[in-house]
Design a protein. Sequence first.
Length: 212
Amino acid sequence: MKSIKAEGRAKCPNHCEEFDVEYWSLVRADQDPDLKTAALGGELNLVCCPECKTFFHHDGNLIYLDAPNELMIFVFPHTDKDKEAALAAKMKADYQTIKQALSKTMHLDYPPFYVFGLDGLKQVLEQEEKTLFESEVVAAAAAAAGCSIVRLKPGYAREKRFPLYVPAPMGEGANAYALAAHKVIKQGVQSLLLQNFLDQMSQEGAALPVLA
């Protein structure tokens, strides 16, 4: 499945006459990194009114998919926020359809979520960038501390608010992961994500982290 454009009608915020536009309705960020850059820069689905020359975002339905990072986001128009319950149900149904269609080429085992408007998508992607940066800092600190590094399953790490990379344990069990994380934190790395990982792995009966 590739990135797809759709056709629609755009409504200028200055109440000019509606006009036809093409806009991205499906973004495969892993295949088209330029579209991810456009979303982060606020340029995705940016259109210009031919009458007053005002630039604005076309507020259409969009699915954002970054398969390697296990990220699927349904973007709904701001104007449909009063239909949130119905849209959430539609998202679940559409997700099952997409999952079946891609079953031969892609394993979707992570839940989608939704936002309203392209500004909502931008906020999610900005948070993803911050998490990636912090995760890379953790990986570098772990290497400096003489630890090997393992990568967590992205969807799992996102749900648990863990870094994508954590120091590998010397022993077995969740507590061994906690000890490895503690060793890295003692080196002075400042990471709320790694501290959260340490806290949860330290709990009695903690399950092993899910690796990628």
